[in-house]
Design a protein around this ligand. Structure first.
Ligand code: GAL
Length: 655
C-alpha cells in the first residue's frame, strides 16, 4: 500500500457488505464462486462481528477472520475491513449498563438490536479502542486489506444521548467553547425566562422540559452531539493512522443526515462513502438519489467517492417495500457513477436467513444465484469492469447549492414563524429545477470560496454569520449570480436575530428590506405575477418586502400584499443577486430558474425529455432513464439514443 487514496486500485470497486460470520464455513466457498461469477472485487467485511471477534471481554478470536481474509485474497477480492465497533456484544450491556444510551425522557435503552452504546460511555470507548488496535495489528500487512471501514453509519439510531455522562461531557464542551459562564449566558440569551446560570453544574442537556427549551442551548447540543460522535471516529482514526498509515479510511454516510455535520466529518476520511436507499416506488426519491450523490462528491471536494450501500431490490424497513423493477438497480448505480462514484457496493452480499433483515434484498437473494436479481448484479459487475477507465475521473460543475448543517439545525428548532419551512423540501424544490435542466451542480459550504461558480443558489440559510454574508457578497460583487430564498440571513451563529429589518447582513447586497413575515396556512395559496404577465401560485411563506435598490420581477397579486414585490433582482458590484420572498410552485420555480440560469449564462449538459438525466463525467456522457416509460434522446454526433424503462446509456463524447 503506497497511498491513502484509491488511485492504485485498478478497477471500479464492486461488491457489498460481507457477513460470513452469519454462515457456516462451507457457504464461504459458494460465496467465493458466486463473487467471482459476479465480478466482485471488494467487500465490506465483518461490520457486525464484534461479539464473534471478542466473545468475552478481552478474549479475542480472529481465527475465522484470518480464514476469510485469506480466502478473499486467494480470490482476488479486496477487503474494506470493518473496525466492528458498530454494535457492542451483550456482555458490555450486561456488565456495564451505563454504556447504554439514554433518551431525552431519561429512558435507558436495552440490548437486543444494534448500536446500543452511548457515545459518552468511557467503557464503550475503551473496549472499542482495544478492538481496533487488535484488528489493525493483526491485519496491517495482510494483502487483502484495502481500506478501513470505521464503525458503521454513526448515529443512524442513536444520535444523541442524554445520560449524566453526556451532560458532563456537554459542560466540558461548553466550557471549552465559551470560557466563562458570562459568555455562555450572553450567547444563550438567558436573560429571557429567568434562565441565567451561576454554576456550570446547573447546565443540562435539552431533556424533556415544560415547554420550548432555550434555542441556543438546543443548537449547541446538536453541535456538541455531532462533535461527540465525530470524536468516536477520531479515536479509531488515530489508532489506524498510527498502525497502518498508508491504508485509506472511510466511514459510511447517510446522505442528508441531519444529526451529523458531514462537512466536518469528511475532513477525516480519505474516501467519502454513502449508503443510499431510495424508495423504488417514488419518482421524487430518484431525484433525491441524484441530489445526495452530488452532496457526497462535494463533501470530498470533488474526489471520487464510494456508494458503499444500496439495495439490490427491496428493503425491509418501510411499511410497504417495493422491489426495484428490472433495470432500476442499474439505473440507481449509474446515477452514482455519473456523479463521480469510484465504487458501487451493496448491503449485503448474501441475504440473511435469520434476524431483523432477512427480508432485505441482497446481491445473492434467498432464491440463490439462479435469480433475476443475481443476473442483474452480474451484469452490473461486467459493465463496471468495462467502465474502469473512469474510476479516478471527476465531474465539473458551474453551479452550486449552499448547504450548511448548523443552519439546518437552527432553522428547524421550535417556535418559529412557520413549522412548514423545512430545509430538505426547499433543497429538493431548488435542486429539482436544476436537475430537470441537466445543469451540473455541486453542494458548497457557505464559507468556501465560491468564485469558480457561475451560479450559487441558497435555498435557505436561516443562520448565517457575518463572515458568510461577506463571502456571499464578495462572490456577487466579483460577478457571480446568486439566488437567495426566504427566511435566510435571519440570525447569527448564536441564533440571535439581526436587527433593523431582515435579512440583516444581506440587505445591502439584495437591495431589499423586510419588515414583517406573512407565513401562510397549510393549504393557503397566494399568487404572483411577473413583469411579463405570467402568473404563478405560491405557498408557505410571504415576506412583507420593501425595495431598497432592487427591482421587482414578480409581484403578489392577492390580499394585503397585492402589488408588493415577491421576487427581486439587484445588481451588486459586477454581479446580480436574486431574492425570492415566497415559495413558488413548480411552474414558478421553473420560471425563476430560467431567469437565473440565463443571467448566469449556464449551459445544460444536454436537453432531454422529462425524467432523463444527462450527466457528464469527464469524457463520458450518461443518459439515465429513471422512469418506467421509454424515451429517446438526440445526442450530437450520435443520433438518437433510445432508452427502455429504467435504462441507462454511457458513451464517450468529444465535445
Ligand atoms: C443500513 C445499515 C446496514 C443495513 C441497511 C439496511 O442503514 O448500514 O447495516 O441495516 O441499512 O437497509
Amino acid at each position: 500500500m503506497t497511498s491513502r487514496d484509491l488511485s492504485h486500485f485498478d478497477a471500479l470497486l464492486f461488491g457489498g457488505d460481507y457477513n460470513p460470520d452469519q454462515w457456516p464455513e462451507d457457504v464461504w466457498q459458494d460465496d467465493m464462486r458466486l463473487m467471482r461469477e459476479a465480478g466482485v472485487n471488494c467487500v465490506s467485511l465483518g461490520i457486525f462481528s464484534w461479539s464473534k471477534l471478542e466473545p468475552q471481554p478481552g478474549q479475542y478470536d480472529f481465527g475465522w477472520l484470518d480464514r476469510v481474509m485469506d480466502l478473499l485474497h486467494a480470490n482476488g477480492i479486496w477487503a474494506d475491513l470493518a473496525t466492528a465497533t458498530a454494535s457492542p456484544p451483550a456482555w458490555m450491556a450486561h456488565r456495564y449498563p451505563q454504556s447504554l444510551p439514554v433518551t431525552r425522557e431519561g429512558l435507558r435503552l436495552s440490548f437486543g438490536s444494534r448500536q446500543q452504546y452511548s457515545p459518552h460511555s468511557q467503557v464503550y470507548k475503551d473496549y472499542a479502542a482495544q478492538l481496533v488496535e487488535q484488528l489493525a495489528e493483526r491485519y496491517k500487512a495482510h494483502p487483502a486489506l484495502a481500506m478501513w471501514h470505521i464503525n458503521n453509519e454513526y448515529a443512524c439510531h442513536i444520535a444523541e444521548c442524554f445520560s449524566d455522562a453526556g451532560a458532563q461531557a456537554f459542560r466540558v464542551w461548553l466550557e471549552h467553547k465559551y470560557g466563562t459562564l458570562d459568555a455562555l449566558n450572553q450567547a444563550w440569551g438567558t436573560a429571557f425566562w429567568s434562565q441565567r446560570y451561576s454554576d456550570w453544574a446547573e447546565v443540562t442537556p435539552p431533556r424533556s422540559a415544560p415547554t420550548f427549551v432555550n434555542p441556543t442551548l438546543q443548537l449547541d447540543w446538536k453541535r456538541f452531539s455531532s462533535d461527540a460522535i465525530l470524536d468516536l471516529m477520531k479515536r479509531e482514526e488515530a489508532i489506524l493512522r498510527r498502525i497502518t498509515p498508508n491504508v485509506p479510511i472511510t466511514t459510511n454516510f447517510m446522505g442528508f443526515f441531519k444529526p451529523l455535520d458531514y462537512w466536518e466529518w469528511a475532513k477525516h476520511e480519505d474516501v467519502v462513502s454513502d449508503d443510499a436507499y431510495p424508495d423504488p416506488s417514488s419518482p421524487v426519491e430518484q431525484i433525491f438519489n441524484a441530489m445526495r450523490f452530488d452532496l457526497m462528491r462535494s463533501l470530498g471536494g470533488g474526489r471520487p467517492w464510494i456508494l458503499m450501500e444500496q439495495s439490490a431490490s427491496a428493503v425491509n424497513w418501510r411499511e410497504r417495500n417495493s422491489r426495484k423493477q428490472p433495470g432500476q438497480m442499474r439505473v440507481n448505480s449509474l446515477q452514482a457513477l455519473a456523479r463521480g462514484a469510484r465504487g458501487i457496493l451493496f448491503f449485503q452480499w448474501r441475504q440473511s436467513k435469520a434476524g431483523a433483515e432477512k427480508f432485505h434484498a441482497a446481491m445473492v437473494p434467498h432464491a440463490g444465484g439462479d435469480s433475476r436479481i443475481f443476473r442483474e448484479v452480474t451484469a452490473l459487475g461486467a459493465e463496471l469492469k468495462s467502465l474502469a477507465a473512469m474510476r479516478e475521473t471527476k465531474v465539473q460543475a458551474e453551479a452550486a447549492i449552499v448547504f450548511d448543517w448548523h443552519s439546518w439545525w437552527a432553522l428547524e428548532l421550535d417556535a418559529h414563524p412557520s413549522a412548514d419551512v423545512k430545509l430538505i423540501p426547499l433543497l429538493v424544490h431548488h435542486y429539482r429545477a436544476l436537475y430537470h435542466r441537466n445543469i451540473a451542480l455541486d453542494f458548497a459550504h457557505p464559507s468556501q470560496d465560491l468564485s469558480r461558480y457561475k451560479l450559487v443558489v441558497v435555498p435557505n440559510l436561516y443562520l448565517m454569520s457575518d463572515d458568510v454574508a461577506a463571502n456571499l457578497g464578495r462572490y456577487v460583487s466579483a460577478g457571480g449570480t446568486l439566488l437567495v430564498s426566504p427566511f435566510s440571513g435571519i440570525v447569527n451563529q448564536n441564533d440571535h436575530v439581526y436587527l433593523g429589518g431582515y435579512p440583516g447582513p444581506l440587505r445591502e447586497m439584495l437591495g431589499v428590506r423586510i419588515e414583517e413575515f406573512a407565513p401562510m396556512q397549510l393549504n393557503e395559496r397566494s399568487e404572483v405575477v411577473t413583469r411579463d404577465e405570467e402568473s404563478f401560485a405560491c405557498q408557505t411563506w410571504a415576506d412583507v418586502l420593501r425595495l431598497e435598490g432592487a427591482q421587482g420581477l414578480a409581484m403578489f397579486t392577492k390580499g394585503s400584499l397585492d402589488g408588493q414585490a415577491a421576487v427581486t433582482r439587484h445588481r451588486f458590484g459586477q454581479g446580480t443577486a436574486f431574492y425570492a420572498g415566497t415559495v413558488l410552485d413548480e411552474a414558478g420555480m421553473s420560471w425563476l430558474m430560467n431567469t437565473v440560469i440565463s443571467a448566469a449564462q449556464l449551459q445544460p449538459v444536454l436537453d432531454t425529455p422529462p425524467g432523463i438525466e444527462a450527466v457528464r463525467r469527464d469524457k463520458w456522457l450518461f443518459l439515465i432513464n429513471t422512469t418506467d416509460a421509454p424515451a429517446s434522446v438526440a445526442v450530437p454526433g450520435r443520433g438518437a439514443v433510445t432508452l427502455k424503462p429504467f435504462d441507462g446509456w454511457v458513451g464517450e463524447v468529444t465535445a
